[in-house]
Write a protein that binds this ligand. Structure first.
Ligand SMILES: Cc1ncc(COP(=O)(O)O)c(C=O)c1O
Length: 392
């Protein structure tokens, strides 16, 4: 019989996708769903894109590149990691991919044998678990507690370590969906656990340049003695608003970078040559554009957090990224149903916490990568929706 595989069948249909599709179709809905900047790629970068195409003969942009990516881009990444993250690597310790999503997947391919375990934060980014499970690995959930500001507790990580089966500790700072930035002190404790138990750390730093107030992003790969343990993932998607170009990179121990690049040979072959050349130029602008976007995100963050709390949707101030994560317990026990009704009756799309793990059920994620005025309007709608008891 011709059917899709059992594995494909078991992959979750991301609710995000479904909700966002409905939101996009219905002109009357305001979407607080997006996981990407609402800004276009900055004009100076787009001007570079035109030059790249114009010079297509000389730069060979219409051809494949080597699996790790073009050397000139990896050299630019080496400079960036040293300058911004205090991570010292050579170009051979870097692999460039079609976004960090691909690199995280191929990194699991390169490290996990069946039934081996990955310790990961829950609630956490929704792509980790399907990747691990499709490779017959086992995700080991570490509950992030609201009372700790959703910062991971190293003791909870320790409890999940299995001497025989644990292979990787997955971290994400700043976090999607909670907006929490992990402190240096906590990272140091996690580093000790990795060394004691000989585990890899995968550090997803997609939002590293989007950090507010006094908070500081620290790359765990920069800590003493961590060079051989940490694979750092960063992306052009958020800091440079280049999601559509699909370009991310990872840096870390050579043996694993080589192994995941081999896996990539059988997935994408290489990241788009065009996007690699563009990323090389974009990185030369350093954090100029991220700083500009951050100012606007900050204005929206203050608005949305204060409005959500006024509605008694308890919402901590996000320290990084562009998401709020609200406790909806006062109104509902089921965030999926709550989000569905909010979409249907309130005409606002937001993502139920159930999307982010088994401990996400009490929460709702709103993205403030949406125009300020639309956020204001969405908050008015939500307030009206919450006042109407028959909708809950
Ligand atoms: C935490 C996190 N990691 C990774 C990604 C994937 O980003 P990309 O593949 O565009 O680099 C995302 C996208 O939303 C994300 O939120």
């Amino acid at each position: 019989m011709r059917e899709v595989s059992e594995r494909e069948f078991q992959l979750p249909d991301a609710v995000i996708g479904k909700l966002l599709k409905v939101a996009a179709r219905r002109k009357d809905v305001i979407s607080l769903g997006p996981g990407e900047p609402d800004f276009d790629t900055p004009k100076p970068i787009l001007r570079e894109a035109k030059k790249i195409l114009k010079n297509y003969k000389k730069n060979k942009v219409t051809h494949y590149t080597q699996g790790k990516g073009i050397l000139e881009l990896r050299e630019e990444i080496v400079k960036k990691l040293k300058r911004d993250n205090k991570i010292r690597v050579s170009p051979e310790d870097i692999s460039v991919g079609c976004g960090t999503q691909e690199l995280i997947f191929t990194s699991f391919m390169a490290t996990l044998d069946p039934s081996e375990q990955v310790i990961l934060p829950d609630p956490g980014y929704l792509a980790y678990i399907p990747a691990i499970e499709s490779l017959n690995g086992t995700p080991m959930h570490v509950r992030l507690k609201e009372e700790n500001g959703f910062e991971v507790d190293p003791d909870d990580i320790k409890k999940q370590v299995d001497k025989k089966k644990s292979r990787v500790i997955m971290l994400n700072t700043p976090s999607n969906p909670t907006g929490t930035v992990i402190s240096k002190k906590v990272l140091e404790e996690i580093a000790d656990i990795a060394v004691e138990n000989d585990l890899y750390i995968f550090s997803d730093e997609a939002y590293e340049q989007l950090v507010y107030d006094e908070h500081k992003h620290v790359s765990i790969g920069s800590l003493n003695g961590m060079k051989d343990y940490v694979l750092t993932f960063q992306t052009m998607s958020k800091s440079y608003a280049m999601c559509g170009f699909r370009l991310g990179y990872c840096a870390g121990p050579r043996e694993i970078v080589d192994a995941l690049t081999k896996c990539k040979d059988y997935t994408s072959i290489c990241a788009p040559h065009f996007s690699q050349l563009l990323a090389k130029e974009a990185l030369k602008f350093k954090d100029k554009f991220a700083k500009k976007m951050l100012k606007e995100y900050d204005r929206r963050r203050k608005l949305i957090v204060s409005r959500l709390n006024e509605m008694e949707l308890k919402t901590p101030m996000p320290q990084g990224a562009f998401y709020t994560f609200s406790n909806i317990s006062k109104y509902s026990k089921n965030s999926w149903k709550f989000a569905e009704k909010l979409l249907d009756k309130g005409k606002v799309a937001a993502i139920p916490g159930t999307e982010f793990g088994k401990f996400g059920g009490k929460y709702l994620r709103c993205s403030f990568a949406t125009d300020y005025k639309l956020i204001e309007e969405a908050m008015d709608r939500m307030e009206k929706f919450l006042k109407n008891k028959k909708y809950r």
